[in-house]
Write a protein that binds this ligand. Structure first.
Ligand SMILES: C[S@@+](CC[C@H](N)C(=O)[O-])C[C@H]1O[C@@H](n2cnc3c(N)ncnc32)[C@H](O)[C@@H]1O
Length: 301
């Protein structure tokens, strides 16, 4: 691993490691600290993911990542690692993983990753990443950049850390690009709910999101499963939240808190994401066609 090129503001000692902390509000102009605090709470509540659960979800997220992009020689960075679940997935596929997050989620990642010598956890945000430019062979930011005030600036800052010829992967919320009127109307109402729930005190927020998981997600999931069971696969896929049809209730509760508990979220069309990736210095951009929408990978030219 490459040494830090900045001095940590402080260190946190856990049972398994020392975590260097580079978070200083003075130098960070592209971060929403309320959002970061909320994610710290979320991931410390939800980080008990088994290897099979992680592997199942990763099949959807990383269907566009093959051996030419990630292999045993790869030095990678997971930016906005949250609980560290995707870092854990890559541990035995790469040479070394740098797992980075500005929130207290680093302590959840510390538990999930355990005492491996193939990963280091760092508390830092995108514009305080303590490594020289062009350090990494592969970088990823999964569900992070849409929670940052200036997504383009953040993406450009991430790509700067990738070596020429290396790859950067991103998952960003889609802007309901191909959805019809009914779906968009339901989304509009769910977004109003998010705007209220995300401003609640944390305990009330957690309870409300659990109730939403049970009374909103579960009925849609069951409806989608029912259509699938009857053989109407296309119809099943059109049901809102059908992406959760193969997920367990723990993941649904986690995603309910993730979705409704977060104050700042932005959405992008496939075209907008491609444009942002190109502006950030990526080419050969490839999108995944399965959920989650949109996920894409590009090569740093
Ligand atoms: C939805 S979570 C995704 C976590 C993880 N990538 C996953 O998919 O499980 C978003 C993460 O982005 C992190 N984040 C928010 N602002 C950030 C910033 N400015 N720099 C880096 N990470 C940030 C949050 O702390 C949070 O853990």
């Amino acid at each position: 691993m490459v040494n830090y090129n900045a001095k940590p503001v402080r260190y946190h000692r856990t049972r398994t490691r020392e975590i260097a902390d580079f978070i200083s509000t003075k130098v960070d102009n592209n971060i929403d600290m309320d959002v970061v605090r909320s994610f710290g709470e979320e991931w410390n509540r939800f980080h008990h993911f088994s290897k099979p659960t992680i592997a199942k979800i990763c099949k959807e997220y990383f269907d566009i990542i093959d051996q030419s992009i990630v292999n045993k020689d790869t030095y990678m960075i997971d930016i906005g690692c949250g609980s560290g679940r995707w870092s854990e997935y890559f541990l035995d596929k790469v040479k070394f993983v740098e797992a980075v997050d500005p929130s207290d989620a680093v302590f959840a990642a510390d538990e999930l990753l355990g005492s491996t010598d193939k990963a280091r956890i760092t508390k830092a945000s995108i514009n305080t990443l303590p490594w020289p430019d062009e350090t990494f062979d592969f970088g990823m930011s999964v569900g992070v950049l849409h929670h940052i005030p200036n997504t383009q600036m953040a993406l450009t800052d991430c790509v700067k850390k990738i070596k020429k010829g290396g790859y950067f992967y991103v998952y960003l919320y889609y802007n309901l690009d191909y959805r019809g009127f009914l779906f968009r109307s339901l989304f509009f109402f769910s977004d109003l709910i998010r705007k209220v729930v995300s401003r609640m005190p944390i305990t009330l927020k957690k309870v409300t999101c659990d109730l939403l998981a049970f009374f909103v997600y579960v009925p849609f999931v069951w409806l989608s499963r029912f259509f699938s069971f009857l053989g109407f696969k296309k119809l099943a896929a059109k049901i809102p939240l059908s992406a959760y049809a193969n997920k367990d209730f723990y993941i649904i509760r986690n995603d309910s808190l993730d979705r409704f508990g977060t104050k700042l979220e932005q959405r992008f069309t496939r075209q907008e994401i491609e444009t942002m990736m190109t502006k950030a210095g990526l080419s050969n951009i490839r999108f995944g066609e399965s959920s989650a929408f949109w996920h894409a990978v590009g090569k740093k030219s």
